[in-house]
Design a binder for this molecule. Structure first.
Ligand code: ZN
Length: 329
């Protein structure tokens, strides 16, 4: 969908690469209505439609029957009727039709952990499983870190994908890879065509406070503008100390730029692996992270205010740049 005017460079807003980060998706839809700018704005509000549809619905589609799912044990019993690719006491992975389903007991950030750690480790250590999974999506129940009365089987978590090379990750990776799934190639083609002068990818994170990932140090001033916008509507800002316990073993990949702004550099991936990282070649690029412990309504208010302030701060700098370029030519 589009918003704004027709001035270039365009602004690219995306959300929902992680289906459980619902406030990002709602914010993208609200920004489509409320955003005021002369610049062209292109919005892709949902990058993982299968995850958004949810674990139970995808399993019902695959089996062509209605299901009642209340626990991992129920899921495991259903998945055993399919082609089981891997099973341990607390983890089952089975193919039904075109899709692969993974389940562990729904505790905390189980879905993120499966997509980021357990499945990559499994395909690394077991070539026979890697071969079976190549080119396939792996659907998982939603995270229940902050459950908010949701049933984790009614929506998805971090859908994982295994490329033909055997690389396994969730949909906010693969942007630097040839074996990327369509959930990655579509936003990547959009960015290549638009060459956005500003990219904002709407995610959600830990704690009940707001923070931002800058893609490069060059995006730092706009990140600080975003934080100011969130503060102006009363949003609390997270410190490194607030987040470090939740980041766990990833903490060593994160640099604190101060005032709720952080840089992430993961070993084993290039800086263009994420969507925001890929778009940094065209202009400033950042990733919102309102803490999911706050209510959805609060998170949406913070994101909307933060994005609006970021764009307000970006526009004059950008108009200045356009004027200089005209003078030069
Ligand atoms: Zn996310």
């Amino acid at each position: 969908m589009e918003a704004g005017g027709d001035r270039l460079p365009a602004i690219l807003l995306t959300a929902g690469s992680h289906a459980d980060e619902v406030a990002g998706i709602f914010s993208a839809l609200r920004l489509a209505q409320e955003l005021k700018t002369d610049h062209r704005v292109v919005i892709m509000p949902l990058r993982d439609p299968l995850g958004w549809r949810g674990f139970r619905a995808s399993l019902e589609d695959a089996l062509d029957s209605n299901l009642t799912i209340t626990s991992h044990d129920t899921v495991a019993a259903i998945l055993r009727s399919g082609d089981v690719l891997w099973e341990e006491t607390d983890f089952i992975l089975a193919q039904i039709g075109e899709l692969v389903f993974a389940s562990t007991p729904a505790v905390g950030w189980h879905s993120s952990n499966l997509a980021r750690r357990r499945i990559p480790r499994l395909v690394l250590e077991h070539p026979e499983v890697r071969t079976r999974l190549a080119g396939r999506r792996i659907i998982m129940p939603g995270n229940v870190g902050y459950q908010e009365d949701r049933n984790p089987y009614d929506w998805g978590g971090h859908t994982a994908y295994v490329g033909v090379s055997g690389y396994a990750a969730q949909f906010n990776r693969f942007f630097d890879r040839d074996d990327a799934p369509i959930e990655v190639t579509v936003p990547r083609s959009l960015a290549t065509e638009l060459r956005p002068g500003l990219t904002i990818d709407l995610h959600e994170g830990f704690s009940n406070r707001y923070y931002v990932f800058a893609t490069t140090e060059a995006s730092r001033d706009l990140c600080t503008a975003m934080i100011a916008g969130v503060r102006a509507v009363g949003g609390p800002i997270a410190s490194f100390g607030d987040l470090a316990p939740s980041w766990g073993e990833s903490v060593s990949n994160i640099t604190d730029l101060g005032d709720g702004v952080f840089l992430l550099a993961e070993p084993g991936t290039t800086s263009a692996a994420t969507f925001a990282g890929f778009c940094a070649q065209y202009g400033p690029s950042l990733t919102t992270e309102p803490g999911m412990e706050a209510s959805v309504a609060q998170r949406v208010d913070w994101i909307v205010a933060g994005v609006q302030e970021t764009i307000r701060r970006w526009e004059p700098t950008n108009a200045q740049k356009a004027k200089t370029e005209r003078k030069d030519s």
